[in-house]
Write a protein that binds this ligand. Structure first.
Ligand SMILES: O=c1[nH]c(=O)c2[nH]c(=O)[nH]c2[nH]1
Length: 311
């Protein structure tokens, strides 16, 4: 068969590797639960073009590696570091693998408090929110010169405010029916991704991951950026989802000097005030807001996205 095309890109791996790890410090336990995706690039063309599997690190091997490092990595409780450890492992172990892309979704297990005291080994899923980590390790110039991009964030953080949100003075034309409103419900499911450049003074290696975290403190960045999301959402006198998104990312850049860029994706989950006038009831449908009964609509939703980059 004559070939009409050439292989211009190739990347393969294992997706949806679910792993939970318990770390025991005496009778105080810690737990992490992840869904991991591993994708690799390198000298793998012949597996596609020549049906030659000799270069194929089996995706089953990648799955095993996730379990093995979940047991052996000192960084297993720190998702960005664990992702870096996995990525560096693959480019170090296999000379023909030059890039590793590790994505982790971290499920939420919060320690249960009993009578105000944190319990030793009991946890609760107290929200849909998940941590999201996306690491790309590039060892094209050799594993000793590996570079990595690290994006961290969260998704599915559901928030709602019943006041402090307006939407007015928007563009109007003959297709516009939406009435301006001074006071409305604002609800969204926050997706936040931020870029954390690795310190240029510390060579990227498995052995240096501890030192890198000492400088950056990924756990602190995660806590502070989430606090900023919640605080700005609650306190911003929102002129629009767009303006609140922008204010949030500005706040995060201020709080977290290690972050170079942040992106957010915010669906505008509309709550439509119900017209109760046929029943002789006033639901405050006017410009000033103050409605009490709403129809939460699943779709369509707005979808507002933006990236703010440090100057
Ligand atoms: O905050 C908002 N931004 C929009 O772009 C928009 N469009 C719309 O219909 N409602 C809203 N609300």
């Amino acid at each position: 068969m004559s070939e009409l095309g050439f292989l211009s890109a190739a990347r393969y791996g294992k997706d949806l590797v679910r792993v939970a790890r318990v770390v025991r410090d005496g009778d105080k336990h810690y737990v992490a639960e992840y869904t991991v995706r591993v994708l690799l690039e390198g000298d793998i063309e012949k597996s596609y073009t020549k049906a030659d599997n000799s270069c194929v690190v089996a995706t089953d091997t990648m799955k095993n590696t996730v379990y093995i490092l979940a047991k052996t990595s000192p960084h297993v409780l720190n998702p960005p570091l664990f992702a870096l450890h996995l990525g560096l492992h693959f480019v170090n172990k296999y000379a023909h693998i030059h890039k590793a892309f590790i994505d982790i979704i971290a499920l939420k297990w919060s320690r249960i408090e009993v009578n105000g005291k944190p319990h030793k080994w009991s946890f609760v899923r107290d929200g849909d929110e998940k941590g999201v980590i996306s690491v790309a390790v590039d060892a094209t110039s050799g594993p000793e010169n590996a570079k990595a991009s690290v994006q961290v964030g969260l998704k599915d953080l559901l928030v709602l405010k019943t006041s402090g949100s307006a939407f007015e003075d928007f563009y109007r034309d003959e297709n516009t029916t939406l009435a301006p409103v001074k006071d409305r419900i604002f609800s969204t499911s926050v997706t936040l991704d931020y870029t954390v450049p690795l310190p240029p003074n510390i060579p990227l290696s498995i052995d240096n991951l501890g030192a890198i975290d000492k400088e950056l403190d990924f756990a602190k960045i995660a806590t502070e950026s989430k606090n900023d999301v919640l605080e700005v959402f609650a306190t911003d006198e929102s002129a629009s989802v767009q303006a609140t998104l922008y204010n949030t990312l500005q706040k995060i850049l201020k709080t977290c000097p290690a972050i170079s860029e942040g992106s957010m994706s915010l669906p505008n989950k509309h709550y439509i005030p119900v017209n109760l006038s046929p029943f002789g009831l006033d639901n405050n449908l006017g410009y000033d807001g103050g409605a009490e009964v709403f129809h939460p609509v699943a779709d369509p939703s707005g979808l507002i996205t933006a990236t703010v980059t440090r100057k």
